[in-house]
Design a binder for this molecule. Structure first.
Ligand SMILES: NC(=O)C1=CN([C@@H]2O[C@H](COP(=O)(O)OP(=O)(O)OC[C@H]3O[C@@H](n4cnc5c(N)ncnc54)[C@H](OP(=O)(O)O)[C@@H]3O)[C@@H](O)[C@H]2O)C=CC1
Ligand SMILES: O=C(O)C1=N[C@H](C(=O)O)C[C@H](O)C1
Length: 246
């Protein structure tokens, strides 16, 4: 498979390693220094594109892939406000896109366990629930896409929560968190690849679900596997479509 890497930073470089190990070729690498190379002609040389760039670059990269009719796997977070618009465009133009806030198998298992737990805890209102995410200090978006997916999973299953609110620790936060709101606390600590915790606490005890990424290899391998899965498909997909947890 010929792969275009849109974004060649921390993730792009590890994805290249896994892609080569799995017998693929990397035919295009785009970083901020060579965005002029992101042309329809260059993209059309690839069978699939993988975007791990930046929140403000993702949309342009996605539309460039649509113009070149190249299926695109999007790992970049921080653009989900435009998700519906991108979905409509993808489907109306018969393009292919798969996105995911987190491509690691461990986190996708965690997403599933989180929903099962939230469904159980729906019957136990004595427990307050909160989400915490910790990432490295270069992260541009907050909350993390993974924390948003976790929060949406809880809200889907739990009648007493209707929306999430985010506090970036160290930044101004004047909100009073209401009973029906789910707090996502974001912390930025050097070199942390990604840690997510769901905390249920009552007057008498606490239950914690926690996923700790030791490095970025799980995200990167997942992105290459997603690209292999997407290659000959048409439509708008999420990473959850690859797994079938019961
Ligand atoms: N879904 C998942 O499983 C995961 C998602 N992510 C997400 O992936 C994204 C990238 O993460 P990471 O690799 O750590 O970030 P880095 O900052 O290390 O790399 C980003 C890359 O994108 C390039 N870039 C930045 N702006 C533009 C632009 N306007 N046009 C083209 N390229 C651009 C950078 O260029 P330059 O190097 O020249 O600055 C760099 O090559 C983030 O949104 C992050 O949240 C991260 C890990 C896992
Ligand atoms: O920016 C990161 O590094 C990561 N971003 C993703 C997110 O926002 O959830 C996934 C992972 O946690 C690493």
């Amino acid at each position: 498979m010929k792969i275009a890497l849109l974004g060649y930073g921390k993730m792009g470089q590890i994805i290249e390693r896994f892609a080569l190990e799995r017998g693929h070729d990397v035919v295009l690498k785009i970083s901020i220094d060579n965005t002029e190379d992101l042309t329809t002609a260059n993209l059309a040389k690839a069978d699939v594109a993988i975007d791990f760039s930046a929140p403000d670059a993702a949309l342009g990269n996605i539309y460039a892939c649509f113009d070149a009719n190249v299926p695109v796997v999007v790992g970049t977070t921080g653009w989900y406000g435009q998700l519906q618009e991108v979905k409509n465009e993808c489907l109306s133009r018969n393009n292919s896109l798969l996105y995911g806030s987190n491509f690691s198998i461990g986190v996708n298992l965690f997403f599933h366990i989180n929903k099962v737990m939230a469904k159980l805890m729906n019957d136990y209102p004595a427990y307050e629930v909160q989400v915490e995410e910790i990432h490295h200090t270069q992260k541009l978006d907050s909350p993390s896409g993974t924390a948003m997916t976790i929060a949406e999973g809880i809200i889907e299953q739990m009648d007493r929560k209707t929306e999430w609110v985010n506090e970036l620790v160290g930044a101004q936060f004047d909100d009073v968190v209401k009973k029906d709101q789910l707090l996502i606390e974001s912390l930025r600590i050097e070199n942390v690849p990604g840690t997510h915790t769901v905390l249920y606490s009552s007057e008498v005890d606490e239950i914690e679900l926690k996923h700790t990424a030791h490095n970025r290899a799980g995200f990167a391998l997942g992105a290459v596997v997603a690209a292999e899965w997407l290659q000959n498909k048409q439509g708008f997909f999420n990473i959850a479509d690859i797994f079938n947890f019961k």
